[in-house]
Design a protein around this ligand. Sequence first.
Ligand SMILES: O=C(O)CCC(=O)C(=O)O
Length: 357
Amino acid sequence: MDCAARGGGGDAGEQQPEMAACAGNRLDLPVVELASPDLGAAAESVRKACVESGFFYVVNHGVEEGLLEKVFVESRRFFELPMEEKMALLRNSNHRGYTPPYAEKLDPSSKFEGDLKESFYIGPIGDEGLHNDANQWPSEVHLPSWKDTIKMYHATALATGKRILSLIALSLNLNTEFFENIGAFICPSAFLRLLHYPAEVDKSDDGNYGASAHSDYGMITLLATDGTPGLQICREKDRHPQLWEDVHHIDGALIVNIGDLLERSTVHRVVAVGKERYSVAFFLDPNPDLVVRCLESCSSETCPPSKPLSWPEPRLLCFDTWQSSSKNVNLQILFPKHAEEQLYMFKQGIYTSSVTV
Ligand SMILES: O=C(O)CCC(=O)C(=O)O
C-alpha cells in the first residue's frame, strides 16, 4: 500500500481470488433525510445503517446540485491536463496534490503494481496570507475557477459532515452537539480527494481495481460520484467467499460511510467497469491533537475497551505532519474489545475525545 493513501489504512483483509470473481449484488442502503425535522427518526435510520453496513445515503444534505456539477467539471479539467502539468503538482509532504495512476495501492495484498485511479488531495484550507495553506493549487491561468469552486465545496462538505456526525451522536443517545462540545472540530482533518478512473486498461491490468479493497480510517467519508457504477462494499470481510455488493447511484444523494474511528468500518473497493469514472470523496476526521477513547456508554464490564493502540499507525504517513506540527500530541485510541458475536462493531465502538493542547 502506498503509505500515504488517504482514506485507506483500514484492514482490507487478504485479497482472495474469489473476491475478483464474485459479481456485485445490488444492495439497498437507507436514505437519510438530512433536513428532516424528525431528528429522532433520522438518527434511528443512521444507527441502523451504521450497525448493518456502515454505509448509507443522505439527501437534502445542503450541497447544491449546481456546486457539485461545477466540482465535477473542474475535476475533469484538472485530470485532462497534460501529465507533466499534473506531475508538477505531485503530492507534497503534507499530502496535498496529485497522485498518478499506480501510485497508490489501497490493498497491500493486491498483486498489481498499484490501483488504476489518479487523484488529487486538498487538505484543510489555511490562510494564504499567513502562508499556512499547505495545499497545492493548479495555475489560475489554466483553471481560473478551480480553486474557488473546490474551496466552496470543501467548506460545504465540512458543514454537511458535521451535521451527519451530529446525527451519529444522537444515534448513540448523545447530545447532537457532542462532537463539537468535546472540541473534535476545532481544527478538523478534512481532506477532499478528487478521483478519476480510466475507461480502458491494458491487458496486464486485467482484474486490477480502480481502487482496491480498503476501509477508511477516520470518522466519516462523504462520497459523490458521476453516476458511473463501480463502488462495491463487503459487509463481512472475514467471510469466505466474500460477498461484494454494488452501491448504486441515487441522483442527488451523497453516499456516506463511517471509518475505523467509529469502529464499524466497511471494506470497499472500486471495480473497473470499462467506462471512465469520476468521484469526489470528502474525509472528515477530528482535529489531530486529541485523546480518543471508547465512550463509556459503548463499553461495559463484560465488553471493556481493549488495550490502547497508538494511532495513527506508522504506515499512515499522512499523519506525520500532524505529529511534527503539534507539540503535545497525545493520541490514543482505545479500541473496544471485539466480542466474537460483535461483527458490527458500531454497536460498541464510538469514541470520545479531549483536546490535549
Ligand atoms: O471512488 C469511489 O467511489 C470510492 C473512493 C474511495 O473509496 C476512497 O477514495 O477511499
